[in-house]
Design a protein around this ligand. Structure first.
Ligand code: F0G
Length: 340
């Protein structure tokens, strides 16, 4: 088993520490389709150990936290950071405290974080309120390490996603399309492409319309979207994300919830099951392509989390109840399918 620290240690500038790893990274980059002269690739980050890209950053942040003598880690989360922090803390022998916006995180993510042994707290308010609270708590307690993406080690770890894309293609893509919530991941990829020194793609940051502060240029007090992972109104790394987009001549773009759900369905019907936040990137890619804003060449959409993370939202477009059957009806069902 080899995780991203073992694989890319010389790019990460880490002190001499024992990595806390679950074998994260090395996720598939699959060819998806060819649109005129654009080759679309999907980076399947849901195949990380806890089902999202957060593991790349968490292996580094938790390794550092343990190395520096922390007893616990803390984070605010829309769910995936919580699950990842809980898993890596458990692996490291540290406690994990995760703070979620009440009623706004999927059951699957809360269950996952709890199963790994985290203490789960909820605040009345949104993600931005939860983040403000944990930042204060960590500031006042040196034994508690903050593992949100405002921790620079998280971003260093997430840079490895960019390294892998370059290693897989043999060069940097022409564009990279990525969902944006708290704006850490787009910043990490940009930093990663820059550090790897093999070219920088146009960075295309996609938000959900109801939570699109980087598109609108103003913070959202009440972010709303079906993509709960990116229901964020005040991205902590907004400044870094703006720099990434400006310097790469990319753009921010917003898509509606209806387009997000349609993209989730389209991906699933091609065998790729992702959560709504990840489908946001693909929805944005399709829209931008239709507008003529996607370059020719290799274009990568980063699909950040597994579809298994949210077992409720897809019920808006799929009926998951099996039809009770007998030997007779199964034959007629098959015949119906084959005659389609
Ligand atoms: N996709 C998924 C599946 C996410 O969980 C997140 C963020 C993003 C995209 C956006 O990444 O915040 O770096 O811009 N989830 C965080 C969490 C906020 O708490 O799990 P970002």
């Amino acid at each position: 088993m080899s995780g991203v620290i073992q694989r890319y240690r010389k790019y990460l500038d880490l002190p001499d520490l024992e990595p806390v790893s679950l074998g994260e990274g090395s996720t598939p980059l699959i060819p998806w389709s060819q649109w005129h002269n654009t080759r679309v690739w999907l980076k399947l980050e849901g195949m990380n150990p806890t089902g999202s890209f957060k593991d790349r950053g968490m292996t580094v942040a938790v390794s550092i936290a343990r190395h520096e003598g922390a007893k616990a880690v803390i984070c605010a989360s829309t769910g995936n950071t919580a699950a990842s922090a809980a898993a890596y803390a458990g692996r490291a022998g540290l406690s994990a405290l995760v703070v979620v916006p009440q009623g706004q995180v999927t059951r699957e993510k809360m269950l996952q974080a709890s199963a790994y042994g985290a203490t789960l707290l909820a605040v009345e308010g949104n993600f931005d309120a939860a983040l403000a609270l944990v930042r204060r708590t960590a500031d006042e307690n040196p034994a508690i390490a903050l593992v949100n993406s405002v921790n620079p080690w998280r971003l260093r770890g997430q840079e490895t996603g960019a390294y892998e894309v370059v290693d897989s293609l043999g060069h940097a893509p022409a564009a990279l399309v990525i969902p944006v919530g708290n704006a850490g991941n787009i910043s990490a990829y940009f930093q990663g492409f820059r550090r790897y020194g093999r070219g920088i793609p146009q960075m295309m940051g996609i938000q959900a319309e109801g939570a699109s502060p980087l598109v609108k240029g103003e913070f959202f007090e009440h972010p709303q979207t079906v993509a709960s992972a990116i229901r964020i109104g005040k991205p902590a790394s907004a400044h870094l994300a703006r720099e990434a987009v400006a310097e790469s001549r990319g753009r921010f773009f917003a898509v509606s919830d209806a387009l997000i759900l349609a993209a989730q369905k389209e991906l699933a019907r091609g065998g790729v099951y992702v959560e709504p936040a990840s489908a946001t990137a693909y929805a944005g890619l399709k829209q931008l392509f239709e507008m003529g804003a996607i370059p020719a060449g290799d274009v990568v959409a980063v699909l950040t989390g597994s579809g298994l993370k949210d077992g409720t939202t897809p019920l808006q477009w799929v009926d998951a109840e099996p039809v009770v059957t007998t030997a007779d009806t199964i034959l007629s069902t098959i015949n119906q399918l084959l005659s389609k």
